[in-house]
Design a binder for this molecule. Sequence first.
Ligand SMILES: Nc1ncnc2c1ncn2[C@@H]1O[C@H](COP(=O)(O)OP(=O)(O)OP(=O)(O)O)[C@@H](O)[C@H]1O
Length: 532
Amino acid sequence: MHTVMPDVLKQGAQEDKGEIARLQYFVGAIAVGDLVKSTLGPRGLDKILMPLNPEGARNHQHTVTNDGATILKSVWLDNPVSKILVDVSMQQDNKCGDGTTGVVVLAAEMLRNAEVLIENKIHPQIICDGFRMALEVAREALLNSCFSHDVESETFKQDMLKIARTTLSSKLLTHEKEHFSQLAVDAILRIKDTLNLDLIQIIKKTGATIKDSYLEEGFILEKRIGINQPKTLVDCKIMIANTPMDTDKVKIYGTKVSTDSFEAIQDLENEEKQKMKNKVESIIAHGCNVFINRQLIYNYPEQVFRENKVMTIEHSDFDGMERLASCLDAEIASTFEKNLNIKLGHCDKIEEIIIGEDKLIRFSGCKKNGACTIILRGASMHILEESERSLHDALAVLSETLKDNRVVLGAGCSEMLMSNAIDNLARTVEGKKSLAIEAYAKALRQIPTYILDNGGFDSSEIVSKIRAQHTKGNKYAGIDINKGDVGNIMELGIYESYNSKLSQLTSATEAVEMILRVDDIIKCAPRQRSNV
Ligand SMILES: Nc1ncnc2c1ncn2[C@@H]1O[C@H](COP(=O)(O)OP(=O)(O)OP(=O)(O)O)[C@@H](O)[C@H]1O
């Protein structure tokens, strides 16, 4: 008998159903997982990201990185499931700053194990149910294993240092992790009341070595003080503005002006000058002794400011200005009428300093005292950029820990703890669901496996040893990466933020569940342009 399938999709649309759709998403997920798994852990390797287009190569430098989010952001993918995993990694980056590789590897492993179950005719809904049950048990095990200390105590500060060390140990900064952990903790403790990471500015200057990086109190702006103005000022009242300050050229829009003499043009210019003088005077009338503008300040207004003993700084970049306004507790003004109550910024001192070979401006004693700047030094821009990414991860994780002071053990210890708890659950569940639960536990064990593989160790032997230790009740067993053996992670002090670990677990499971529920991939027909 010949059956005819009715054509319901618009011409140009495509549909992949059932097995074919599933094959697509398994391939996509596993490819993304495999792409980043070699960067996982302290012995993970780095990747070079090259711009595809040779035109772009001239403008964009190559990036050398180990950061999962940076790698995934840069690759071009044409698989819907790969894109979902990239999205999960980005969310992890936005929320916790770290764990962006771990979350993708975990989700990809869950899907790899789910594929085997589906091949054995286990329905995706049963797998999802099993994964849900496993997640609950994993969460409980993680919660029971976490510990915390009072945020004001010295022990908590030590916890923070250990968390920063763990984050930095998989990064380029690993050889200087003591120095940078201290730097990150000092910086984050300065802003602990607001936890506004914008108040920590990172400035990169080539030259010297990464060990020469340091923390500066206050805010540093990469600009110069106006010509012929004093290079130091105390008790500063600062107006931050975004306004045009150019009268050197007369601008007349949309009007035709005819004059019969050069004097008439001179009059026009004088009129413009007077207008600018009035503008400068109205700015000064607000009581400021420093004027910082987003746009250029031309010669004439600068001269008027100088005559009135007001320091000027021009052309500050937009990011820098927003941050400066928040450090100085000022508002960015663009109109200056007398009746406007513009909030000026305050700081104790503004001075010109020299870092490396560059002159910069330092604002110290800022109103929001936590504001500080980390000056990164290093041999090349590649090193500085990767150092900045690593430091950003450490700062984000520390800020997460200050919000929730709970800590868990890293180095595969928490994963093994959760996987053992899930294995115990699998033994009590009847039916096919127990296979899905076991698959979830196996995916968790893959994290320590990859950390060890990347170090060149015999992962199957060491992971089975760690598993046996946990079954015997040694809940601190994990990877001692220096010895390539089982170690006591509590003694080794490899700590991670509870929130970050929990977020990895839940985000990975939710994404996998969503992917498993798909049985149809429909590529919508391209929208036809209407004839104009
Ligand atoms: N000294 C160590 N020994 C063993 N394992 C460690 C050590 N330090 C960190 N780890 C483990 O390495 C894993 C983190 O690796 P990595 O930092 O490469 O990935 P990520 O944090 O998931 O992603 P990313 O840093 O790219 O955002 C965690 O499981 C952590 O417990």
